[in-house]
Design a protein. Structure first.
Length: 638
RNA sequence: GCCACAGUAGCUCAGGGGUAGAGCACCCGAUUCGUAAUCGGGCGGUCGUGAGUUCAAUUCUCACCUGUGGCUCCA
């Protein structure tokens, strides 16, 4: 007999091989109706998978987040069922649930078209209405080979099973798949789904293997959730930084310059410069020293750092300079280390914090480039902290303050992940455990919640990853802090301790925005191009209603200009409506409309971006005070 | 790099074996307006680049370049 512990503390006895369905039914028939799957000791099983061991037992219903993955995985089978009906020649690969939906990979001679997708979707609806049960069977290797004789990809997978592994198949109507499960009871459970797009994908993610055709889709229990998700995708498209940047004239690329190389237009440059100025003041306040290092560097440096060995495929080629090889730097760390080594260092000097807005160049494969998000030349807001082991907690604490302050300024909520030792790693497990504990302690001490990303560290040390959440709920890579056990060794970094002997410092790498390019690209989408006042390329546009008040409008412009406000006068001979419309489309935070009434009272009719006709009339003096306050506090609105 | 798709005026796009069209933008003129497009006129493209097929290519074919969606990789 197996003993199952229920969440309320009660226990149930069930014979070995009992079906979860029967156990759930014994708890209550209503529960069985709502049950999607069960969880046994953390493993999700469907209702028809025989129980082989006892443990913590929990029923999963639509309310549990785990149920969504079960639904989506079943959705993948339903998709494959439909595809097989319409394209019997399609060989099946894998079809897992993923974060926002599911996909299925097929090997086909003719790639799928958007019209195919529509047909598959209607065919899926048929499969759903046919209400095929998902039938689980456990079979022998020989039997499995027979069943998948026509599916070479499945046969390959079968070859990897060890003798003691259970091979299971799932059948829904005409379709059979090699699959571990779990699945929903039958195909009718899938009600709210949408096929999204197709894409090529390597068989088993290996670029040396053949390309399969992948169909991406999403599914939810509730119609509202599906609609919300599709709306978020739409909203993401509407905010696409490449489109907005074109409309707002922020940056461009050009084939003559080269792909993945960003040309910052004046308006984009203003945004970037505001961020840099802000960050510069911030880090100087937090005890950093600014440095500059060259863009091209002798290869010797990268031999010492190991980049030439480990990062070569991402480095641009060498250029010959009087017989010596130079390369554009892919990272700033070695340069900062050399500055550290330009003097003998004492424990009294530490911590040393070098910061640089360092341009780096990395050879990224052409297919990976994407707007400002993935480029070949970018500027990192990079810093390296050299300190003693004892100083690490205080440095982490300082960094958490710094990140928190900065992310609040941009209006990003965030989460933190602590990435731990990967399989292939430098240094002993003890050193790692110690370092991971130091990081965790620093977070815990200030009550900062975080999750673990097990095995997600770099080979040279653990790291903290900040994940930003943007205005429509998407996650972005934010600041990272990495401990480095490697470079101090390779360069033989030293400082003299109080005991008058040499010691090896600890090195911390950290970026806040990461790369100016990627961060600004993200900001464009976060704000949908409507930048807060302090970042807006054009902050105020003054619009005289008619020529007779041009002089007054000019005086408003002058007064704003002397306070450093980025202001323009739009006195073109266009209608007021036309000029207002253009200002709105350029997402200018404030339009100061002035007519005869305003000129008489030294005031403006202020149109706030996005507020439509709800204008406020205020004196120029009051407007100046308002602007100055919003700039000083870097207000997020308007 | 790989798979699929795309490239026509500054932008968004229509067209199609006989060397091109719209709207917006831009320029000129009229208009002087109270909160999201005033009217009229004009300028503007060797149809991504190169080669091939053809009497004839922007249109068909191939290669390359650039971009898009993914894969792989990543700030």
């Amino acid at each position: 007999m197996l003993t199952l512990r229920l969440p309320d503390g009660a226990t149930r006895e069930a014979p070995e091989g009992a079906l979860p369905r029967d156990v759930v039914a014994s708890i209550g028939p209503r529960l069985l109706r709502d049950a999607i799957a069960v969880e046994l000791d953390g493993e999700v099983l469907d209702l028809d998978t025989p129980l082989r061991k006892g443990g913590a037992f929990r029923v999963i219903t639509e309310k549990d987040p785990e149920s969504l993955a079960v639904l989506r995985h079943s959705g993948a089978h339903i998709l494959a069922t439909a595809v097989r009906r319409l394209r019997p020649d399609a060989k099946i690969g894998f079809g897992p649930a993923i974060e926002d939906g599911f996909y299925y990979d097929f090997e086909v001679k003719e790639p799928f078209t958007p019209e195919d997708l529509e047909k598959f979707e209607s065919e899926m609806k048929k499969v759903i209405s046919e209400k095929f049960p998902f039938v689980r069977e456990e079979v022998s290797q020989a039997e499995a080979r027979k069943r998948f004789a026509d599916d070479p990809l499945k046969l390959e997978r079968l070859g990897e099973f060890s003798d003691d592994e259970i091979i299971s198949t799932y059948t829904d109507g005409p379709f059979i798949d090699l699959c571990r499960g779990p699945h929903v009871p039958d195909t009718s459970y899938l009600k709210n789904f949408k096929l999204l797009h197709t894409a090529g994908a390597y068989w088993r993610g290996d670029e040396h293997r053949q390309m399969l055709q992948r169909i991406y889709a999403t599914a939810f229990w509730k119609k509202e959730d599906l609609e919300a998700h599709l709306h978020q995708l739409e909203e993401g498209k509407r905010r696409d930084h490449r489109v907005l940047a074109q409309q707002l004239d922020l940056y461009s690329t050009d084939a003559r310059v080269g792909p993945g190389l960003i040309l910052w237009h004046p308006k984009g440059a203003i945004i970037r410069n505001e961020i840099e100025e802000y960050e510069k003041a911030l880090i100087l306040r937090h005890g950093y020293d600014l440095v500059f290092t060259p863009h091209i560097v002798s290869e010797k440096l990268f031999q010492i750092s190991g980049h030439l060995e480990n990062f070569k495929e991402n480095m641009f080629g060498a250029m010959d300079v009087e017989g010596a090889s130079y390369r554009p730097k892919p990272m700033n760390c070695p340069g900062h280390i050399v500055i550290y080594q330009s003097h003998q260092r004492s424990y009294r000097d530490l911590p040393i914090r070098y910061a640089e807005f360092g341009a780096v160049y990395r050879y990224e494969r052409s297919g990976t480039l994407h707007g400002m998000m993935r480029v070949r030349g970018f500027t990192q807001d990079d810093a390296h902290i050299f300190c003693t082991l004892e100083q690490v907690p205080a440095e982490i604490d300082r960094l958490l303050d710094l990140c928190d302050e900065m992310l609040k300024t941009f209006g990003y909520p965030y989460t933190i992940e602590l990435a731990t030792r990967p399989d292939k790693a430098l240094g002993t497990p003890e050193v790692w455990q110690n370092a991971e504990k130091t990081l965790a302690d620093a977070l815990n001490k200030r009550g900062q919640s975080f999750t673990y990303d097990e095995g997600g560290g770099t080979f040279y040390g653990p790291k903290l990853d900040f994940k930003l959440i943007d205005a429509i709920g998407r996650k972005w890579q934010g600041p990272t802090v990495q401990l480095d056990f490697n470079l101090p060794e390779r360069f033989g970094l030293e400082y003299t301790g109080p005991d008058n002997t040499p010691h090896r410092p600890i090195m911390l790498h950290r970026v806040l925005v990461g790369s100016m390019e990627r961060f600004v690209g993200g900001l464009i989408e976060h704000f949908a191009g409507a930048f807060p006042l302090w970042l807006a390329p054009e902050q105020v546009r003054v619009i005289p209603i008619a020529d007779e008040v041009k002089g007054f409008a000019q005086s408003v412009v002058e007064r704003l200009k002397t306070r450093g406000v980025r202001v323009h006068l739009d006195d073109r001979s266009e209608t007021l409506n036309y000029r207002i419309r253009e200002g709105e489309m350029m997402k200018i935070p404030y339009m100061a409309v002035v007519g005869k009434r305003e000129a008489e009272s030294d005031s403006i009719a202020l149109r706030v971006r996005g507020a439509g006709k709800k204008q406020e009339v205020m004196t120029v003096t009051d407007f100046l005070a308002r602007i100055e306050d919003e700039l000083a506090t870097r207000a997020l609105k308007p």
